[in-house]
Design a binder for this molecule. Sequence first.
Ligand code: CAA
Length: 317
Amino acid sequence: MRVDTHPKGFFSIAESVSEQLLLGGMNVGEHKIRKVCIVGAGNMGHQIALSAALAGFEVKCTDVNEEVLKKAEQFVITYLPERVAKGKLTQAQVDAARANLSFTNDLSEAACDADLVIEAIIERLEIKRKLFAELDSLCLPHTILATNSSYIVSSKIADVTERPEKVCNLHFFNPALVMKLVEVVKGPHTSEETAQTLMNFCVSLGKTPVLLKQEIYGFLVNRMLAAIKNESIYLLDMGIAGHEEIDTAVTLALGHPMGPFRLMDLTGIDLTYIVGLERFQETGDPIYRPSPTIAEKFVKKEWGRKTGKGFYDYPNG
Ligand code: CAA
């Protein structure tokens, strides 16, 4: 099934993908996607894992850091009953999701029988390349290896594997359980079939995928977001307005659900700093150099919600 050529449009595609799931998975060539492995149980990873478990996939979420794994599991334990109490999920859906989702610190156990692996680890190219080489040797030949990286295009990774046609960017947004958009970014090495399988997979999660036919730094959304973020930080550093005033302006005048400073607190100021610095080192373009405000917050570990303080305070985490 091809999303872009389906004669009856999006809803019939969604129905058709759900039908495939009821029949026990989604096709990857002659194989089906039933088992999904998420590598990296941080902010993005555990919410992607839970989204897939809620959609009926068998999911193993893995991380090298025990503390991160425990935190991820604790999130699931707290979040799911809250959804039942709120009337958003039934107890049966929660029980099924819990049964579908497991956590392990053993990469080999998590990846060895997966049909799809989604990597959501730290944004460091060398670490990702090492991981993909390892995944290539651990995984079944048909397994698709996707990266949730926000900035690192898969052509910088695919060459460490023997299956470059099965390597692709699959970019979710934060919070992944809520945000509907997913960017599927096709590299020159990615096969049509891999990209279409990932598009279908996103639909089966209840998401709306957009296909980027070519790689570009920052994809669609982060390019637009960067422009707003940079301008907001410039206005703050110039003393034109405070972060609260700028957030108020963006929410009330542009209709964004949250302003750029509250959003940086959500996505992590550490990430804004690291990604900006790496891009500056790579290109030499001063537009990417983290501003003194961001650098100071990075050094002070004021990284936003995850550390309890960013531009705003989060005393309760
Ligand atoms: N995790 C899971 N669910 C969450 C959540 C979180 N951290 N925060 C909020 N939610 C859920 C709530 O449970 C609630 O769900 P229901 O309505 O189904 O009960 C829903 O989201 C709304 O929550 P609230 O009423 O508490 O708050 P809100 O209406 O202000 O929404 C928000 C919160 C969804 C985060 C909203 O403010 C929003 O959409 N903000 C913009 C987020 C955004 O721009 N994300 C993209 C970031 S860029 C990025 O992700 C780039 C990247 O490369 C990673």
